[in-house]
Every structure is written in structure tokens, then in C-alpha cells.
Design a protein around this ligand. Structure first.
Ligand code: SAM
Length: 202
């Protein structure tokens, strides 16, 4: 569902998601603060590469972006030829390199929650020790649901924030920072929670 839906809204999505929101910048800055030079970052659910991979590429960081929606990736390839853009489903993607950081921004909540732990396990397993993973997850205890954007239907699912924190800890990650980016409401907004995790924090 989500692949076809994102392909169908590629132009609208590209226009709507052109720049970073103010609260996103500190997450990205904290990721980049800890990067060696040169550095490689994995961006899972990268979309058009704008604005997240763009922020990283502008700092000279090598980005591997992974997304299942080929029409979004086509925009990324055209606009950011320096990036490495791979079409894959996050549920089955096996990182093929060791990375210095990773981003899963506003994409995990599009995937059924039973896949979240294995995805996080594979991503954390691909990170050099003490690398940062920044991610967002849904902000509430809510069953899977669908919603519409630009006339298309999208699937959403998430563990609660505290369940995600527990999963990350069982995967030997440390939690550097975690906050509600937008708290859940009783209406349509199921909330969003941002996390900075440290791989094999020991
Ligand atoms: C809300 S957008 C976020 C894009 C980008 N991370 C950003 O912050 O602008 C969600 C992205 O996740 C991708 N996505 C959703 N489900 C996916 C899946 N199962 N495998 C790979 N990518 C997926 C979509 O194609 C879309 O690009």
C-alpha cells in the first residue's frame, strides 16, 4: 500500500517535504557531531533525500539511502548524484557495510510493528561501536491504522515509545536522548517520538 501511495504523491510529497523543521535540526546535529571524517551514514526510508540526506551530503558525509518507493528515489538520484540510493523494503534490507551513523526518520511507523525489532537489530548491527542512530516512532499505544495524505491511503503502526526504548536496550543500545516531538492527541494525531540511540553503548 505505502509504496504505491508514495509513488502516487511523489511530486506533492517532494514539495511538502522540502526543508527541515526546526525541531529536527538538533537531532541531525547530534548525529553529525559524533561522526569521524570521512563518515558513512545509512538513511532508511530516505524518501526523496530531501531534506535529511541533503543535510548530511552538504557536510561531506557519504549517504546510503534506502526506500521502497522508486518515484521518490528517482528524485533523490537526480538531485543528489553523490548519494548511493537503493530500492529495498526496510523489512528485508540487509546492510552490506559498516556505517558511522544511521537515520530512520518518520519511516518505521509505516511498517507493521513485528518488523521493528528485527529492523533495529540489523541497523544497530551495521553500526560502528558508539555510533548514533536517530529515529522517530509513533507516540501512543494505538492499534495499526490507516490515514490519508494527498488523497492516498497510508498504513501506520508503532510500539509505544517505552516499548521501543526497551527494544533498543535489549539490543545493547544506550539512549542518549528521547522526547515527544508531538504528543498524541485524542484526535487524528497519534503522536511522534524522537530518539537518539548509541550502538553497543556498553
Ligand atoms: C514520511 S516519509 C519520510 C521520508 C524521509 N525519511 C523524511 O524524513 O523526509 C516515509 C518514507 O518511508 C518510506 N517507506 C515506507 N515504508 C517503507 C518500507 N516498508 N520500506 C522502505 N521504505 C519505506 C516511504 O517510501 C517514504 O519515503
Amino acid at each position: 500500500m505505502n509504496r504505491q501511495s508514495y509513488n502516487a504523491i511523489a511530486k506533492d510529497w517532494d514539495n511538502a517535504r522540502a526543508t527541515l523543521l526546526p525541531y529536527e535540526i538538533p537531532f541531525l546535529e547530534r548525529l553529525t557531531q559524533h561522526l569521524p571524517k570521512p563518515a558513512k551514514v545509512l538513511d532508511l526510508g530516505c524518501g526523496t533525500g530531501r531534506p535529511v540526506a541533503e543535510f548530511l551530503l552538504q557536510k561531506g558525509i557519504a549517504v546510503t539511502g534506502v526506500d521502497q518507493a522508486e518515484d521518490l528515489l528517482a528524485l533523490a538520484k537526480e538531485r543528489f548524484p553523490a548519494g548511493r540510493w537503493l530500492q529495498a523494503k526496510m523489512e528485508t534490507f540487509e546492510p552490506d557495510e559498516i556505517y558511522d551513523g544511521a537515520v530512520i526518520w518518520d519511516s518505521l511507523f509505516h511498517i507493521p510493528r513485528e518488523h521493528h525489532e528485527p529492523i533495529l537489530r540489523r541497523v544497530l548491527g551495521s553500526l560502528r561501536q558508539a555510533s548514533r542512530l536517530i529515529l522517530t516512532v509513533g507516540g501512543s499505544d494505538h492499534p495499526p491504522f490507516t490515514d490519508t495524505m494527498f488523497g492516498q491511503t497510508f498504513f501506520y503502526d508503532s510500539h509505544t515509545p517505552s516499548a521501543v526504548i526497551n527494544i533498543l536496550k535489549t539490543l545493547d543500545a544506550g539512549i542518549e536522548h528521547a522526547e515527544f516531538i508531538n504528543p498524541p492527541t485524542t484526535g487524528r494525531d497519534k503522536g511522534r517520538y524522537g530518539i537518539i540511540a548509541i550502538a553497543r553503548a556498553a
